[in-house]
Ligand binder design. Structure first.
Ligand code: FE2
Length: 285
């Protein structure tokens, strides 16, 4: 296996690896360390069965249950299908076109998300990833001092939108899930590196006036999504693309909804919570 830097501002690609033959602890430790250090990781050219992909998913933490169970695979509830079928109702189209990290409206947000490319369109369908760790590093010492111990308030659809965004808002789900709190500056549970934690669910800051908190979130989101902090990734058939939700924001880009050859996209998503077992064993050793 070789791991090399992407041409993007950050991130690495692993190649020369066949996960269907080798998911040994040594290989998995190397991949986990690469993701934690570089924030995004592509593992190229894989040929995994559903069972093998789910097994791979369990190496990264505890796979989460998805809110919308209609899209999960009956045989593997850990996986959710993401596709661009022409029959997709308008209200569900481009629902991930806003800067966010996953499941931040829950008490325990997703740590890692992975997408396995089953079909990829010839044109479009890129995912954009912003490094909130690099964005934090670039803040002034004064701003870091101001925000380091702040706590942000989150609810589904809560955040101020940035230009071009459409943050989905679902009043019933928001009422059910309520408001949860997360540090505004997240320290990575394994590396300790600091990063802004300003998902599309953050709408305020504990202890400061509502509008001032909203403005601060908007300012930090705009900072973190400047072009110099963004990597753009096209997931090809056979690629597994992973991101670290504690150090990044991501957004889909608008895609054409079509059943035609060359335009279809099918991705299998798994998101995990908690630390990988291999990291916990390392920490305990
Ligand atoms: Fe997402």
């Amino acid at each position: 296996m070789q791991i090399s830097r992407m041409s993007n501002p950050f991130g690495v690609a692993a190649y020369g690896l066949d996960l269907s033959k080798d998911m040994s602890p040594e290989v998995m430790r190397e991949l986990i360390a690469a993701l934690h250090e570089h924030q995004i990781l592509i593992i190229e050219q894989q040929h995994l069965s559903n069972a093998e992909y789910v097994k791979f998913g369990y190496f990264w933490g505890r796979p989460l249950a998805f809110m919308n169970t209609s899209d999960t695979r009956d045989d593997f509830p850990e996986m959710i299908k993401i596709d661009n079928r022409a029959s997709t109702p308008a209200r569900y189209r481009d629902g991930a076109v806003h800067w966010h990290s996953d499941s931040t409206y829950e008490e325990v947000p997703a740590a890692v998300t992975m997408l396995y490319g089953i079909e990829a369109p010839e044109i479009g369908g890129e995912t954009m990833i912003a490094s909130t760790a690099n964005a934090y590093d670039a803040l002034s010492a004064e701003m870091k001092g101001k925000i380091d111990s702040m706590v942000a308030l989150h609810c589904l659809g809560g955040s101020p939108e940035l230009p071009g965004e459409k943050i989905p808002f679902n009043p019933e789900t928001t009422a059910r899930l309520g408001i949860v709190k997360h540090p505004l500056v997240m320290q990575h549970p394994v590396t300790g590196r600091k990063a802004l934690f300003t998902s599309g669910t953050a709408f305020g800051v504990e202890g400061i006036e509502r509008e001032a908190g909203r403005e601060l979130i908007a300012e930090l989101r705009a900072h973190a999504t400047k072009p110099e902090f963004i990597s753009k990734v096209k997931i090809r058939k056979g690629d597994i693309f992973l991101w670290d939700n504690f150090q990044t924001l991501h957004t889909a880009t608008p895609i054409e909804y079509s059943d035609e050859d060359g335009k279809r996209r099918l991705l299998y998503r798994i998101s995990t919570k908690g630390l990988p077992d291999l990291c916990q064993k390392q920490a305990a050793a």
